[in-house]
Structures are given as structure tokens and as C-alpha cells.
Design a protein around this ligand. Structure first.
Ligand code: APR
Ligand code: PHB
Length: 394
């Protein structure tokens, strides 16, 4: 067995793990990043695509925003569509000038991997048998197998950035964590289509047949989602059926027509809300999807992952530079404030916009009233906009 040492052992090379490694490196703090998938896989995994203003600022301020500046699509509003009409929420006007940027999560991942390689540091891809040990001691360890060789990595702290299905959260002893959870009685079927966007902002549509979302990735690629049954088989959704439902759910009285294109990617994702408290145990700190999940309706998943590691990088920097533990000790409490705000917002958007199989007509009237209030009242629209563009970092 080979033994290695680092200051911060980072498990997972998603947005959380990669940005943490980058922020630490800028402060002269050593880290080792281990990832069980291949580089090509993580760079091409199609995921979320909306960056809050604060996430864009964070990436720019830390020197990894060059391509984001060139290729990111800046949006100043979104549309809520129901009853055959579109209603624009002017986010920039309602938030004193803030906006969002559409830029695929895998593009953020590519930029961060490039930054690490350019800094002369490596990412250990395709490792297996990852385990954490001694997390409540002063020398926590990560063990794994790399190219057939067993490695023990001794760390000062461990960052569990290994997503919802990772090994870090389950390594915390039973009884330490409290779990808060909601599952939803539907899923999202998502496609990428080779079609130029039909509209230059995102459209969230509430319809009798279920929710639909119109989004994009570039001037050539449209991203679209349909609410489907939770256990839906993708085989039931040939391309023609997908387009037919998208046309129906997104149609307007004035004849707006969605542009079609060859479908390049098709997948179904379940919807859940999930939080564990606390987000730390001993010398291990959970960040991103390892600690919390939001349904995608609020576009918050990637932003929360980036916000967590911003807090963790600051806390770890204070610890390594001065020995002060206060920020590390406060990590979970600091993150959970933003996490719960995003949990509420994501649950609220989800509840307002989807058809719930159990809903009666009374419930549907309530949803409709809520939608009309949000688009008709400036304070209500401002509240949606403030949450959507993201609350400033405290
Ligand atoms: N060992 C090493 N790496 C692991 C392990 C393991 N045992 N288990 C999982 N991983 C890796 C995954 O392959 C993935 O690359 O950890 C990484 C976790 O990355 P993400 O799932 O992208 O999570 P995170 O960085 O927290 O970003 C959250 O991802 O799911 C979306 O909507 C979510 O946008 C949000 C973002
Ligand atoms: C996306 O473009 O993938 C996207 C946009 C907004 C959401 C969710 C996903 O709320």
C-alpha cells in the first residue's frame, strides 16, 4: 500500500469538488481530488444549466470565468406560461440589476478541470473502492485503488463532494445525521435538441397535461423538459410523442410555435428534496449533492454546490493559515441557511407549476390563483426574482 499526504482530501470531481480544489489552490492550500469516473464521462454528463449572479461572480473572481464570459447566455427575465398566455418576470428590473447566466454544468466542470491541470495539479480519475476512515480523529484517511494499486491518503480534513450516491455521507456513524426529505409524484423527461432557440428566455409552463420547461444551451441547442410519471419508461416516449406533448403544453393563444430539431440526448430524472443536518462530522465536511438535493424547478442544484464550497474554502483557509477553527465549526450552520432558502424556493416553484396526481379541482384553482398573483403583483414577482437570481452571499 502506498501512503500519501495532503491537507484537504476531496472526494468527487463534480462542480463542488473541482471548485473547492481551485479555491484552495489559489490560497496555497494542498488538496488531492479523487473521482471514480473517467474525465471524459464527467465532462459530458448533461446536467443543470443555470448559474445565479453570485455563482458567475465567484467563477469570474477566481479566474475561471473566461469561457463563461464568452459563451454563457445572460438572461434578464424568465417567462411563466399558463392559460395560453406568457407572462414575463423581469428579473433584472425586480432585483436592482441582477441576472442569471445559462451555461451547462459540464462546461463549468471542463473549465475547472482545465484550471487544475494548468496549475500543474492532477485529478485522480477512475479510482475504485473509495473509503473514508478515522473521520473523528485528527488524521482522517481516504483509501482507494488506482490502476491496481492500493493507496492511503492521510488528510487534515476531508471534503465529501461525491454527490447524492457517494460514500462520504453513509460513512458518518448512525444517529449523527438528521434527514429531511420529500419525494414528488412525478419526474422530468429531458431532451437536448439540435434546434436554435425559439425564444430567448426560459419558459416555465403550467398546463393540464403537466409541467413543461423550455430552456437552451447555445444558439444551436434547445433543452426541453416534460413532467412525466415517476417510474416512467423512456421507451414509452418516442420522439414524436415528446414533440407533440411539448407543443401542447407550451402553446399560446397567439400561435407561438416551438422549433423542432434532432434529439441528441434523452433521459428521465426523479424529483426529490433532501437535506442532512449537520453537513459535517469530525473532520469531514459534506458539500453539494452529498448533503442536499433540490428538485430542478428552481434551478438551484449547481448554485448550492458552488456556494457550499465557497464557505468551506474560506473556513479551511482560515484554519490552515491561522489555526482558527471557528469558521470550520460553523460550516454546516452557515451553509444550511442558504440551503433551506433554496429548498423552500425549489419546493414552492415545483408545487406551483406541476400537476399532482392527487390534486382535485380546488387545488388546481389555488395553483392558478398563485400563478396569477405572482405575475400580477410586483412584490410577489420580486420575491420570485430575488430567489431565482440568488440571494447575495452573506
Ligand atoms: N468516489 C469518488 N468519486 C465519487 C464517488 C466515490 N465513491 N461517488 C461519486 N463520485 C463522484 C461522481 O462521479 C461525481 O463526479 O462525485 C461527483 C459528484 O458530483 P455531482 O454529482 O455533480 O455533485 P456536486 O459536485 O455536488 O454538484 C451538484 O450536480 O446533480 C447535479 O443538480 C446537481 O447541479 C447539481 C450538481
Ligand atoms: C436547464 O436548462 O437544464 C434548466 C433550466 C432551468 C431549470 C432546470 C433546468 O429550472
Amino acid at each position: 500500500m502506498t501512503s500519501m499526504r495532503t491537507q484537504v482530501g476531496i472526494i468527487g470531481a463534480g462542480p463542488a469538488g473541482l471548485l473547492l480544489a481551485h479555491l484552495l489552490q489559489r490560497q496555497g492550500i494542498e488538496s488531492a481530488v479523487i473521482e471514480n469516473r473517467a474525465r471524459d464521462y464527467v465532462e459530458h454528463r448533461v446536467r443543470a444549466g443555470v448559474l445565479e449572479q453570485g455563482s458567475v461572480d465567484l467563477l469570474n473572481d477566481s479566474g475561471v470565468g473566461a469561457r463563461l464570459q464568452l459563451e454563457g447566455l445572460v438572461h434578464h427575465g424568465i417567462e411563466l406560461r399558463f392559460g395560453g398566455q406568457g407572462h414575463r418576470i423581469d428579473m433584472t428590473a425586480l432585483t436592482g440589476g441582477r441576472c442569471i447566466t445559462v451555461y451547462g454544468q459540464q462546461e463549468v466542470v471542463k473549465d475547472l478541470i482545465r484550471a487544475r491541470i494548468d496549475a500543474g495539479r492532477e485529478i485522480m480519475f477512475e479510482v475504485s473502492d473509495v473509503r473514508v476512515a478515522d473521520i473523528d480523529s485528527s488524521a482522517p484517511k481516504v483509501t482507494f485503488v488506482r490502476a491496481g494499486e492500493k493507496i492511503e491518503l492521510v488528510c487534515d480534513i476531508i471534503a465529501g463532494c461525491d454527490g447524492f450516491h457517494g460514500v462520504c455521507r453513509p460513512s458518518i456513524p448512525a444517529g449523527v445525521l438528521s434527514t429531511f426529505e420529500r419525494t414528488y409524484p412525478f419526474a422530468w423527461l429531458g431532451i437536448l435538441a439540435a434546434a436554435p432557440p425559439t425564444h430567448d428566455e426560459l419558459i416555465y409552463a403550467y398546463h393540464q397535461r403537466g409541467f413543461a420547461l423550455y430552456s437552451m444551451r447555445s444558439p444551436e441547442v434547445t433543452r426541453l423538459y416534460l413532467q412525466v410519471a415517476p417510474e416512467e419508461d423512456i421507451g414509452n416516449w418516442p420522439d414524436e410523442r415528446i414533440w407533440e406533448d411539448l407543443h401542447t403544453r407550451l402553446e399560446t393563444d397567439d400561435g407561438w410555435k416551438l422549433r423542432e430539431g434532432a434529439i441528441a440526448e434523452k433521459g428521465i430524472t426523479g424529483m426529490r428534496s433532501f437535506v442532512v443536518e449537520p453537513m459535517q462530522y469530525g473532520r469531514m465536511f459534506l458539500a453539494g449533492d452529498a448533503a442536499h438535493i433540490v428538485p430542478p424547478t428552481g434551478a438551484k442544484g449547481m448554485n448550492l454546490a458552488l456556494a457550499d464550497v465557497r464557505v468551506l474554502a474560506q473556513a479551511a483557509t482560515a484554519y490552515f493559515k491561522t489555526g482558527a477553527r471557528a469558521l470550520l465549526d460553523a460550516y454546516s450552520a452557515t451553509c444550511l441557511k442558504r440551503v433551506w432558502r433554496a429548498e423552500h424556493f425549489s419546493w414552492w416553484m415545483t408545487s406551483m407549476l406541476h400537476r399532482f396526481p392527487s390534486d382535485d379541482v380546488f387545488q388546481q384553482r389555488l395553483q392558478r390563483s398563485q400563478l396569477e398573483y405572482v405575475v400580477g403583483s410586483r412584490p410577489a414577482a420580486a420575491s420570485l426574482a430575488e430567489n431565482y437570481v440568488g440571494l447575495p452571499f452573506s
